[in-house]
Design a protein around this ligand. Structure first.
Ligand SMILES: [Mn+2]
Length: 397
């Protein structure tokens, strides 16, 4: 028996990015190529197959064409939904793909007398699979707490599939991610196919192994920086990692402390050369500028330079770049949105008012601009009304 275990494909992610949006789909195609080459019996997808429960048509078409290839080679696909593609109403594309016979959702959970019972799905090879879905904020924890342990006594080669972080093994940078404890997992399984944590990890557990493959394609800037992605192939109880490098990445990391926007721009430019050819260029700028604002850095010319050097695309991260005059305002996360808004406005105003009654005007404009079109109101009437109300706020006529 030979199977593949992948998780966190997030098909449909990077949807706003013209180049990166293709990459998760490319990675899946590559993974399917390898699964067919290796002649695996089945493929496990441990959650977050898609980035949303109902992805766009293009994403679905592309995913379906790969599932169809597996199907035509009699390679079964077993999935649980993850925190991203789960939907409490069951309205997820996974159910449509299951109806079409392209995959099987193996999280067959039944609730009775507040206990959770799992049914096994039996593969042709004799392997028996069951699993639990992942939900946002680890709401699946209660499923584990109420799990009936009869499944521990089932005999045969058993695989448990889940989509949760484990408190005992969370990577440092994800320490705030809610998770479950190892001792909540049912015992007596031969393989634990996990997902959710986007870092590869193989953990010894109860004489067996819990395996996190990590994502099939990096899902954010930080993951792109590491560019670690892939899946596992398991044969006769031995797992082998298959790395997927769908793109090549080059990182330009700039410390902007005490520099002007122009200097930062020049520094980034000087790092973009032929080396960028066919690569994803990541630009990370951090620190506090000597003058000006982050938006004074001309990213358009930087992007043009990257394009001229044949870069696949360029992606910037300026989360930690600050302007001197506008120091960061810290807010208490327990406040309501309105309270946070008015505190941020007040604190910014301490840096100096630009015009009279600025605070009142900001509040009035925010409330005006959050208005929506009334029923029956045409777009042009709506626009006119907003314009006129805005003029009133500024006392101009
Ligand atoms: Mn994920």
């Amino acid at each position: 028996m030979k199977f593949a275990h992948m998780a966190d494909l997030h098909l449909g992610s990077w949807s706003n990015h013209p180049v990166l949006r293709e990459m998760p789909l490319k990675a899946f195609k590559k993974a399917v190529d390898i699964c067919l080459d290796e002649a695996v019996d089945f493929v496990i997808i441990a959650g977050d197959f898609f980035d949303t429960s109902i992805p766009g048509i293009d994403v679905m078409r592309s995913a379906v064409s790969q599932l169809k290839r597996l199907h035509d080679h009699d390679v079964r696909v077993y999935v649980v939904t993850g925190s991203h593609d789960f939907s409490p109403s069951g309205k997820t594309i996974i159910s449509v793909l299951e109806e079409a016979g392209l995959l099987v959702n193996i999280a067959k959970m039944k609730e009775s007398n507040s206990k959770i019972y799992l049914d096994f799905t039996k593969d042709k090879t004799g392997a028996k699979l069951c699993g639990i879905v992942g939900r946002r904020s680890s709401l699946e924890k209660s499923f584990f707490e109420r799990l009936d342990k009869a499944i521990e006594k089932e005999n045969g080669y058993k695989i448990f599939v889940f989509h949760s972080a484990l408190e005992e093994y969370k990577p440092k940078h994800l320490k705030d991610m809610p998770g479950i404890s190892c001792n909540m997992l049912p015992k007596g399984f031969d393989y634990y196919a996990a997902g959710h944590v986007h870092v590869r990890n193989v953990i010894d557990f109860d004489g067996s192994k819990i395996v996190y493959p990590g994502p099939l394609f990096p899902a954010n800037f930080q993951e792109l920086e590491k560019n670690e992605a892939g899946f596992f192939i398991v044969e006769n109880g031995k797992e082998k990692y298959v790395q997927l490098k769908t793109v090549e990445v080059v990182l330009i990391d700039i410390d902007a402390d005490g520099k002007t926007p122009g200097q930062v721009e020049d520094e980034v430019m000087s790092h973009i050369d032929k080396n960028a050819h066919n690569k994803v260029v990541l630009v990370r700028i951090r620190g506090t500028l000597a003058d000006g604002k982050p938006s004074d850095i001309d990213f358009r010319s930087i992007a043009n330079e990257a394009e001229k050097n044949g870069a696949l695309t360029i992606k910037r991260n300026i989360n930690k770049l600050k302007a001197k005059e506008l120091e960061e305002v810290k807010v208490d996360e327990h406040l309501s949105v309105e309270e946070i808004e008015s505190r941020v406005i007040k604190e910014h105003l301490e840096n100096g008012e630009t015009f009279e009654n600025e605070e009142d005007i900001i509040h009035a404009l925010m409330s005006l601009l959050s208005q929506e079109k009334k029923q029956g109101e045409t777009a042009s009437v709506f626009e006119k009304r907003i314009r006129e109300d805005a003029k009133k706020i500024f006392c101009v006529e």
